[in-house]
Design a protein around this ligand. Structure first.
Ligand code: ADP
Ligand code: MG
Length: 209
């Protein structure tokens, strides 16, 4: 379960963003909506353990994210949090499937070939397993991002504008895959977006302004 308390962040010399407390249970999806510039990516990076907030606390089950030492936080993040960035970025030198193995290695997990191939299958990109990521279409790269976020069976999945670059049919497909995959590993899913197409799909919404 994910919860936050009194989160606030100000970049150096700028006005503070004060975020409402949020709560997301396993297998649930929380949609955080708001216009560009309201701090959606800032909030997501704080939830991901990659941006230390100026104030407040992020709790994942009983762990307070930023009360851990840096090394412990890195390991915790790798094992418990899956992040889908707005613009997919991968290690370009290796194939799609190798990018998934790398994500396992970086989380100190054993290489799990079965898990990797199951995900590629479920996300309909097993035919692209040996492709370099720059050879894949935008929709395929977005699905590979989902596979990477899921590969270590995280407790929390975070997605930053996962559909904003996709046409309607890819948008729908990516969202359904994300939702089903998150449910399959019993993860809490937080999506931040300004994409109004998602408003009808996820009833649990929080608006930032
Ligand atoms: P959103 O994702 O809702 O569009 P962001 O969280 O990316 O919003 O950014 C919110 C505001 O914070 C923007 O005005 C942006 O310019 C500013 N900002 C984002 N990152 C930094 C940074 N590293 N340093 C200073 N200002 C930043
Ligand atoms: Mg953003």
């Amino acid at each position: 379960m994910l919860s936050t308390k009194n989160l606030s962040h100000s970049y150096k010399g700028t006005q503070a963003f004060n975020f409402p407390d949020l709560l997301c249970q396993p297998s649930e999806t929380l949609l955080v909506i708001g216009q560009s510039g309201v701090g959606k990516s800032t909030l997501l990076h704080i939830l991901a353990g990659i941006l230390i907030p100026t104030k407040g606390e992020v709790l994942i089950n009983d762990t307070s994210l930023y009360k851990q030492k840096t090394n412990a936080l890195d390991t915790f993040r790798g094992q418990n949090i899956g992040m889908i960035f707005q613009k997919p970025h991968f290690v370009q030198a290796v194939s799609a499937v190798e990018n998934l193995f790398l994500a396992q290695t970086m989380a100190n997990k054993a290489k799990d070939t079965k898990r990797v191939h199951t995900l590629l299958d479920q996300l309909n990109i097993s035919n692209r397993a040996t492709a370099k990521t720059y050879q894949m279409s935008q929709g395929e790269q977005q699905r590979l991002s989902i596979a990477r976020a899921l590969v270590n069976n995280p407790k929390l999945i975070l997605a930053d504008e996962p559909t904003s670059a996709l046409d309607d049919s890819n948008c729908n497909e990516v969202i359904q895959l994300l939702k089903h995959q998150a449910e399959a590993v019993n993860a809490a899913l937080v999506i931040v977006t300004h994409d109004s197409r998602l408003k009808d799909i996820f009833p649990n919404q929080l608006e930032l302004n």
